[in-house]
Ligand binder design. Structure first.
Ligand SMILES: *Cc1c(COP(=O)(O)O)cnc(C)c1O
Length: 352
């Protein structure tokens, strides 16, 4: 009598943004980078020895861990890599969030946090952003089982000052504080230097956004070597071969090319600032984003209506039906040409 269903781990899964099949779409819905990966990535892919695929990859992902450590001036023992930062974050939840006290994160934030917490049966409290969609540091002072928030926050794009982050970490020395810096390279200041001062701080970053490698699935965490050691223990207890041979080889190329990284992030930032001015002139309002997206609402036209009109034009943006943000669209920053097409369409649409 279907008894087995009583013992299913029932979860409400995270819903990723759509990946439409056609190439003609202007895809501004999942914060991917509109520019190709660094040229060295293509060279390494062409030179890749397919015979290597017979073998398991290095379980410790050494080449990539060392390349990331070198880039950030750390020891390899301070870096953990995983299959996208989603994998890294899930490992972190499993490793550190085991207190009976609830973990804290904002109400409006990356919508994977509550999914992992529910799946892993971790208690949590969501702290409401203030009226201006800012994180209130005081909300994170109370007793908790851990703290996590993105900086800049998603989907608002708002960047927190380093001093405020330090304040949250300093008020939470008995738990692990995780700063998810998926978008930090688009004009933010990383909290990375604080890992030398605070042994309870983890910084998580990804190759998916600023390094144009979402399809490769590479994410990483940086922190005190004790923290990294504990994450590795959980990883080896779950899946010891995480990154595949190609991800390791191509990831190394992506992190080494600093000049390419700086020029593409600069272009995205310039296009973002241009898009802000255009959107504002069209009657949109938004928080001051320091990410590769703008979270915008229109003064007169409901977000859902604009979302559907854009979709008909094959312009994909992200819409969340969640109560507090249901009148906002999250618009990823594409190439300058893509954003010009978006703005041209909105000009025509809003004039009607
Ligand atoms: C995109 C994103 C991630 C996950 O990125 P991966 O592709 O899994 O590396 C994590 N956190 C936030 C806030 C994101 O926006």
């Amino acid at each position: 009598m279907d008894n087995w269903e009583n013992y299913v781990r029932k979860v409400v899964p995270y819903v990723p943004g759509e990946q439409p099949g056609q190439a003609s779409v202007i895809k501004l819905n999942t914060n991917e980078n509109p520019y190709p990966p660094a040229p060295g990535v293509l060279r390494a892919l062409k030179a890749f020895d397919v015979d290597k695929l017979r073998l398991y990859p290095e379980p410790d992902c050494k080449v990539l861990v060392e390349a990331i450590a070198e880039y950030y001036g750390l020891n390899a023992s301070q870096v953990f890599v995983g299959v996208g930062s989603d994998d890294v974050l899930a490992m972190i939840f499993m490793t550190f969030f085991n207190s009976p006290k609830p973990i804290f994160f904002p109400d409006i934030t990356y919508s994977f946090y509550d999914v992992w917490a529910d799946m892993l049966k971790i208690a949590y409290e969501q702290k409401p952003l203030d009226e201006a969609f800012l994180i209130r540091k005081e909300d994170y002072y109370g007793e908790n089982g851990g703290v996590i928030f993105p900086n800049p926050n998603a989907p608002t794009g708002v960047l927190m000052e380093l001093s405020e982050i330090e304040d949250i970490v300093a008020h939470n020395r008995d738990v692990v504080v995780v700063v998810d810096e998926a978008y930090i390279d688009f004009g933010g200041v990383s909290a990375l230097p604080l890992i030398e001062k605070y042994d309870n701080l983890l910084i998580v970053q990804t190759f998916s956004k600023s390094r144009s490698m979402a399809g490769m699935r590479i994410g990483f965490a940086m922190g005190n070597e004790k923290l990294i050691g504990y994450i590795n223990d959980v990883k080896y207890s779950f899946n010891s071969y995480t990154l595949n041979q190609t991800s390791l080889a191509l990831g190394v190329e992506a992190i080494r090319d600093m000049a390419y990284f700086e020029s593409t992030t600069r272009r995205i930032i310039d296009t973002r600032e241009w898009t802000k001015r255009e959107l504002q002139a069209l009657g949109f309002f938004f928080c001051d984003s320091k990410s590769n997206f703008i979270f915008a609402a229109h003064r007169a036209v409901p977000a859902k209506q604009i979302f559907e009109a854009l979709r008909k034009e094959n312009i994909y943006v992200r819409y969340f039906s969640k109560e507090r943000i249901k009148n906002y669209l999250r618009i990823s920053i594409g190439t300058q040409a893509e954003m010009e097409k978006l703005i041209d369409f909105l000009k025509r649409y809003l004039a009607d």
